[in-house]
Ligand binder design. Structure first.
Ligand code: GAR
Length: 182
């Protein structure tokens, strides 16, 4: 499940191709018609399904369509790789302990949609990313892996985000493997 560029999707696909993660990506669901992840999925030969959140009356209705799509494709684990919608119990209960999210902060600090901005504003010197199991409360849930990066004096949101993303691409496939081995 992805809303944007899809670099994390690609890191997972690459880890699978490199035999570092024993998995298959059955389908990519994206909610934003302009999301670059769709083109990346096509390049990797993965079906991509657009479920535009604007076409659904409620978060639950969107999640219901997501669950049906995942089930139709035989999916066992739902991976939120830059999914920028709040999910509901409709998704979480359909895949108990099998929904994983990545977030660009060292949780529990800086939850929400603007984590990197919040990190910079807070003036902390260490930033990072977290992979965790998804619970109903946003950006909470058991932590699978984290990685830290320094915040440098002249960092912008873009430069810090880029440094965090290098680590995201490292830990996300590893964290999925850890979750699957539990
Ligand atoms: C990632 O940095 C991820 O941590 C963040 O969106 C980005 C997606 O990048 N997720 C969130 O902020 C979730 N609240 P990508 O599309 O290149 O993988």
């Amino acid at each position: 499940m992805a809303s944007g560029s899809g670099t994390n999707f690609e890191a997972i696909a690459q880890a699978i191709a490199d035999h570092q993660l024993h998995a298959t990506i059955q389908v990519v669901i994206y909610n934003n018609p302009d999301a670059k992840v769709a083109a990346r999925a096509e390049r990797w030969g993965v079906p991509a399904v657009l479920l535009n959140h604007q076409n659904f009356a409620s978060r639950e209705d969107l999640d219901d369509a997501i669950v049906k799509t995942l089930q139709q494709h035989g999916v066992e684990w739902a991976i939120m790789a830059g999914w920028m919608r709040i999910v509901t119990s409709v998704l979480i209960d359909a895949f108990p302990d099998r929904v994983i999210n990545i977030h660009p902060s060292l949780l529990p600090s800086f939850k929400g949609a603007h984590a990197v901005e919040q990190t910079l504003k807070a003036g902390v010197k260490i930033a990072g990313c977290t992979v965790h199991l998804v619970r109903l409360e946003v950006d909470s849930g058991p932590i699978l892996m984290q990685a830290a990066v320094p915040v440098l004096p002249n960092d912008t949101v873009e430069t810090l985000q880029a440094r965090i993303q290098v680590q995201e691409h490292q830990i996300f496939p590893q964290a999925i493997a850890i979750a699957a081995q539990r």
